[in-house]
Design a protein around this ligand. Structure first.
Ligand code: ADP
Length: 419
């Protein structure tokens, strides 16, 4: 274990500060933050933790506070061992869960199915119902449940809250949520558009209403969450009316390794003509497609390096990415009957001025005018407008902060709110 501390951290054990632990448990990693749910998002979280390479020969745990960092590379047998060890490291740094006034734990849960329309306080029944949804998210929900159970046994005395990636899209109108397939097959198998990244789309869209200084009920907006995964949402008066991800997070925009929309007939054609199994095709579409399938790299910064070096596959991958974004943008402008704001968020959306420029190129006739200096300002950070003052449609960059949104929900429910 290495402690790279610069100075001892002053442990805020005075009980003045209320903190929320936000946990995001994946299949081979756990990410968490301890943060002040009343913060405005401009400060980094008080503690960030990462537990990864679970089950591998060499594990990796890293705890970062404003003053210190500590790492551990011993093997991690399982999720519960990893989380317990991470909490132990926090205690060594003087910021363990018992040193801080942790008032709630918020858990990111990927799939809430038709069951959960918003955040809920976790009890045995909620855990059982999240388990019932495992067939809809076989990779994600089991890891989320594991995280909930481990954290509840380590912190049994604070309320735990589940916040669902799908929750914001629970109210999609039926015309947007239903697929045109056999009705009974759809009903029996719970097939509908659920949508994902809901916490991010909701958080960002609320910020936009504030930036416009307008009542959210009067704002029609499109939010573009462009990270490793990517999705678009059309939001009318604070309510999601369409989104690009579907039953699974495979649908919609081109992503780092996921294909986004394809003709479903491709799957059957591949099965028949090349003998690929459904697992092979699933892996290909989820892990070896998108930017990676087209160019060999899934990370946008690496893609940009290839483009700068004149790599033709990378240039085409970029063009397909932008073309697909414009397809969604255009259809959402029509579905909303006009749009007041278009917002970019997540790693690519927040940082890549070229994607923003190219996605919105030649839309002056639709009232969208980017201000190049604002868009390309290397110093700019935080929520900001990048359209011209005269642009009828305002364009924003708003850093997402799903952890802060989850922490706020968790505090609210822990305090007896409705979520
Ligand atoms: P996740 O979906 O895993 O949360 P992020 O929101 O962190 O992902 O986004 C990751 C993507 O953002 C990667 O493709 C990364 O290359 C891209 N990205 C991050 N910083 C930049 C940057 N400065 N310029 C271009 N792309 C960036």
């Amino acid at each position: 274990m290495t402690d790279t501390s610069a100075a001892p951290v002053p442990a805020p054990t005075d009980g003045d500060h209320e903190y929320v632990l936000v946990l995001n448990s994946g299949s081979s990693s756990i990410k968490f933050q301890v943060l002040d749910p009343r913060a405005d998002g401009t400060e980094p979280p008080y503690i960030s933790g990462l537990v990864e390479k679970i089950g591998e020969d060499r594990g990796h745990i890293r705890i970062t506070t404003p003053d210190q960092a500590m790492e551990d590379n011993r093997p991690i047998l399982g999720h519960s061992v990893g989380l317990e060890r991470a909490f132990g490291m926090m205690s060594l740094l003087g910021v363990g869960p018992s040193d801080l006034n942790v008032v709630a734990v918020g858990h990111r849960v990927v799939h809430g199915g038709e069951t959960f329309s918003g955040p809920v306080l976790i009890d045995r029944d909620v855990i059982r119902r999240i388990k019932d949804l495992v067939p809809l998210a076989p990779l994600h929900n089991p890891a989320n449940i594991d995280g909930i159970e481990n954290a509840r046994s380590l912190l049994p005395d604070v309320p735990h809250v589940a916040v669902f990636d799908t929750g914001f899209f629970h109210t999609l109108p039926p015309a947007a949520a239903r697929y045109a397939i056999d009705r009974k097959v759809a009903e029996d198998n719970h097939i509908r558009r659920y949508g994902f990244h809901g916490t991010s789309h909701e958080y960002v869209s609320q910020q936009v209403a504030g930036l416009l200084d307008r009542d959210p009920a009067d704002v029609r907006q499109i939010t573009l969450h462009l990270g490793n995964g990517a999705s678009a949402a059309a939001i009318d008066g604070g309510r999601a009316v369409d989104t690009s991800m579907g039953l699974t997070p495979l649908a919609g925009l081109v992503m780092g390794t996921r294909s986004g929309d394809i003709d479903p007939g491709i799957i059957f054609h591949l099965h028949r003509s090349s003998g690929m199994s459904s697992e092979d095709i699933d892996t290909m579409l989820n892990r070896d497609s998108g930017l990676k399938g087209l160019s060999g790299v899934n990370d946008f910064r690496q893609l940009q390096e290839l483009i700068d070096a004149g790599d033709e596959d990378a240039i085409l991958a970029y063009d397909i990415y932008v073309h697909q974004l414009r397809r969604y943008l255009g259809s959402y402008m029509l579905i909303l009957g006009g749009v007041d704001a278009i917002t970019f968020t997540a790693g690519v959306g927040e940082n890549h001025a070229g994607i923003r420029r190219d996605t919105l190129a030649r839309l002056e006739g639709f009232g969208v005018e980017i201000d190049d200096a604002r868009n390309e300002d290397p110093e700019a950070e935080g929520p900001r407008m990048i359209s011209t003052d005269d642009s009828r449609v305002k364009v924003f960059v708003v850093p997402t902060n799903e952890e802060l949104a989850i922490a706020r929900y968790a505090l609210d429910l822990a305090d007896g709110g409705e979520g």
